[in-house]
Design a protein around this ligand. Structure first.
Ligand code: SAM
Length: 282
């Protein structure tokens, strides 16, 4: 089943959190000369028009990037916002990039990337954007199986983003298993798992159960990051999102503490919005 299309959701509050952190971690990875690999197990299409029928139908970017775009933000958000501006060459916010595009902006000559995407249209779009770049391989394969096969990468440094659609309940069970196996093969890599905060009965419980399983894995360091833009009442759908990061850069917590209060104020509704940064291990 591949009914999920990220074009409906591009630039929403969850994308802002996820892509800001992708930028922070990619920037950190580039601070050492030694090459690294960026692995995106669920890459989607790489870029989205905000005026497409899909984007207009949900208007989700109204709750995310459109609120931030023109603001005088704390410095810690400047890197992320400058990438969104670079993607919009006209100077107006007409389009929004995806995780592979953000990560690619930070790659140097010595770095490599692997993108996985199963949807034929999104895969074709990725191929079109990145297909000619010799440092990047785009595969129309299952990203979770593909990840295991890549580890450990030859450079012994990697940043992996796992961002599934969670269309199938089994994805919540698979991810802790894949992370456990990946960590056994390559314990020094940085792994970032995205998950939704949805107050709709079983789905929310599935997210919480998955995070509990991730927390039980024995890893050297991990951090649970959450941003919610409204209260978790019945009507609000996805009211926030979380990122579980294994082996986060030591700089990340301080950066998050500088930017998250601002994101709560800028993206959140006056009542109910908030954030959490929990150091789980390390
Ligand atoms: N990471 C992207 C970003 O931030 O711009 C968004 C990814 S979107 C939430 C999830 C994507 O995963 C969808 O495009 C979907 O087609 C793709 N997908 C679903 N199952 C997959 C699998 N097993 N392997 C690779 N891609 C998959």
């Amino acid at each position: 089943m591949l009914s999920y299309r990220h074009g409906f959701h591009a630039g929403n509050h969850a994308d802002v959190l996820k892509h800001w952190v992708v930028c922070l971690i990619s920037d950190y990875m580039g601070q050492k000369d030694k090459p690294y690999w960026y692995i995106d197990t669920h890459a989607a299409s790489g870029g989205y028009s905000l005026s497409s029928a899909d984007a207009q139908k949900t208007g989700e970017s109204d709750t995310g990037i459109k609120k931030l775009w023109k603001q005088d933000t704390p410095e810690v958000l400047h890197g992320y916002l400058s990438q969104v501006k670079r993607f919009n060459t006209s100077g107006d916010l007409e389009a929004y990039p995806g995780s592979p595009w953000f990560a690619h902006q930070y790659m140097r000559e010595q770095d490599k990337a692997r993108f996985f995407e199963l949807h034929p249209q999104d895969f074709a779009s990725l191929k079109q954007i990145f297909g000619k770049d010799k440092a990047i391989k785009v595969a129309k394969e299952d990203g979770l199986a593909g990840l295991k096969a890549l580890l450990p990468p030859p450079t012994k440094r990697a940043f992996t983003v796992i961002d599934p659609p969670y269309e199938l309940p089994k994805e919540y069970d698979e991810i802790p298993k894949v992370i456990e196996a990946s960590y056994k093969r390559f314990s020094t890599g940085v792994y970032m798992i995205w998950y939704p905060l949805i107050n709709r009965n079983s789905k929310q419980k599935s997210s919480e159960r998955m995070v509990e399983k991730l927390k039980r894995l024995k890893v050297s360091s991990a951090m649970d990051i959450r941003l919610w833009v409204s209260g978790d009442n019945e009507e609000s759908g996805m009211y926030g999102s979380g990122l579980y990061v294994i082996n986060p850069p030591w700089t990340l917590k301080e950066q998050l503490e500088k930017g998250l209060p601002y994101l709560v104020k800028c993206l959140g509704q006056p009542a109910g919005a908030g954030y959490k940064v929990e150091v789980v291990a390390g």
